[in-house]
Design a protein around this ligand. Structure first.
Ligand code: HAX
Length: 424
């Protein structure tokens, strides 16, 4: 067994014992009450599931295995996936082993390309990405082992195999879609010896003599990897996975949620908003002009993309990391300057508007400006990049849930008539 699998195999019995002890001793202790408002309001704040890979304290932002994401900005996606799965950062040898493991599995079956080529030319890149994942379901090692009668205790092992196979192929598929969908020329094959993010940057084919774009991709893939268990993509993946659907079905379900405009698709909207602003005022607008533009958006009944969050109540540390990267590497870039200026104005406007519980920027407010700077100007592709990264979070959660024997999810729904009876 390779290093990551070994490290996880050592942790699993400890976690199993820990959790079964907790449930045995304190299983009946209440951790949440649910109000009628929450039942109608997207279950906001209801504590009803467990996720150990990461957490999002509203006043701090993302902690991956208790490490603030701001402290992981120099790490690689391999470090991040290893950390998500095991709770520890890998040493250099283990990181290298994971890179090699992913590299050796990166080739995509030829039928995937045939299916993608048969799709209408104007298909959304997210629909193409999801289709590619779903069409590979036949490769599932979990399904083979399940059909052969594997023990429940071993469910996580073929799930890990599926996860590594899928993760390894995602950059190849995503880059292939970019080149196919936006007519960038022939697909570029993965290169042996490159790390996961570097290989993705290489296969996208964006000119990158300095290596800065590859570094941007590294950061992008680290920062988007996970955001605890209740967000739409993680929760959808978990829900579908809880029926013992394999990693292909489960990740595909999660990504269908990520494709929604209130979730991952927001990052294609964000840069649009900033560029509209730039176009309207022919450059960086004055504070007054920007304030008016924000009000016009709100008065038009629209949201300001990139701002607000269901859980966070502070500036998203992932936004802070992207802003720092942009301001360090290209402070003169007018789009970056705009993103920075929007940050000084929009929170004030949203506070005055008084609706959004969180007036601060989320991850999507800055990431697009970085991609735009490096010449990736196809906004509808941005959510695919997000997806490649978020697959790490979804898959690590799935592996752990398999290992912990998490049962099928089945919350109780109630009717409006039942609720009315309760309040009589
Ligand atoms: N602009 C204008 N109004 C906003 C707003 C924003 N950026 N953020 C929230 N509001 C409004 C909501 O639409 C809601 O209005 P109604 O009562 O009329 O329905 C009200 O403020 C209360 O909402 P909330 O409780 O603060 O926020 P929610 O938990 O309901 O929604 C969202 C969180 C992220 C969906 C929301 O803030 C939003 O739509 N933001 C803009 C889109 C965006 O940036 N999405 C990406 C989020 C990050 C992410 O998941 N990426 O994948």
């Amino acid at each position: 067994m390779a290093k990551l699998q070994n490290a996880l195999a050592k942790k699993i019995p400890i976690w199993r014992k820990d959790i079964s002890g907790l449930v045995k001793k304190h299983g009946s202790k209440k951790i949440s009450d649910v109000s009628i408002l929450q039942a109608y309001g997207g279950m906001r704040g209801v504590k009803g599931m467990v996720c150990d890979t990461s957490e999002v304290p509203p006043d701090k932002g993302l902690l991956i295995r208790n490490i603030p994401v701001g402290k992981l900005t120099s790490k690689t996606p391999e470090d991040t996936f290893y950390l998500l799965c095991t709770g520890e950062l890998p040493n250099a040898k283990d990181r290298k082993a994971l890179t090699e493991e992913l590299s050796s599995r990166a080739k995509v079956p030829s039928y995937v390309w045939k299916v993608l080529e048969a799709m209408p030319a104007n298909s959304h890149p997210m629909a193409m990405f999801d289709t590619a994942i779903l069409v590979m379901q036949r490769e599932s090692e979990f399904v083979k082992a399940y059909n052969a009668g594997m023990s429940k205790m071993d469910y996580w092992k073929p799930t890990m195999e599926d996860s590594l196979n899928l993760l390894a192929k995602l950059p190849t598929i995503a880059a292939g879609i970019y080149r196919m969908r936006f007519k960038k020329g022939k697909r570029i094959a993965p290169k042996k010896g490159l790390a996961w993010a570097e290989n993705y940057a290489h296969m996208l084919g964006i000119p990158d003599k300095s290596g800065d774009f590859a570094d941007c991709m590294r950061l992008y893939l680290v920062l988007h990897s996970d955001h605890e268990g209740g967000n739409v993509s993680a929760h959808a993946c978990h829900l579908v996975g809880s029926a013992l659907s394999d990693a292909y079905y489960s990740v595909s379900a999660g990504l269908n949620g990520l494709a929604g405009p209130l979730h991952g698709l927001a990052n294609q909207e964000c840069l649009n908003w900033v560029l509209e602003l730039k176009k309207k005022f022919k450059g960086v607008p004055s504070d007054e002009q920007l304030t008016q533009f924000a009000w016009d958006t709100l008065n038009g009944g629209k949201v300001i993309p990139g701002y607000g969050h269901a859980v966070l109540r502070v500036t998203d540390p992932r936004f802070t990391a992207f802003r720092a990267f942009g301001m360090k590497n290209f402070p003169e870039d007018p789009v970056m300057q705009l993103v920075d200026k929007v940050y000084t104005i929009v929170p004030k406007v949203l506070k005055e508007h008084g609706k959004a519980k969180n007036p601060w920027p989320n991850v999507d407010a800055g990431s697009g400006a970085l991609l735009y700077h490096y010449g990736m100007k196809e906004f509808s592709y941005y959510t695919v990049l997000f997806s490649v990264s978020r697959a790490m979070g979804m898959l690590s959660q799935l592996i752990i849930n398999r290992a912990m024997g998490t049962p099928i999810e089945r919350p109780k729904s109630v009717t409006t008539a039942w609720l009315k009876k309760q309040v009589k």
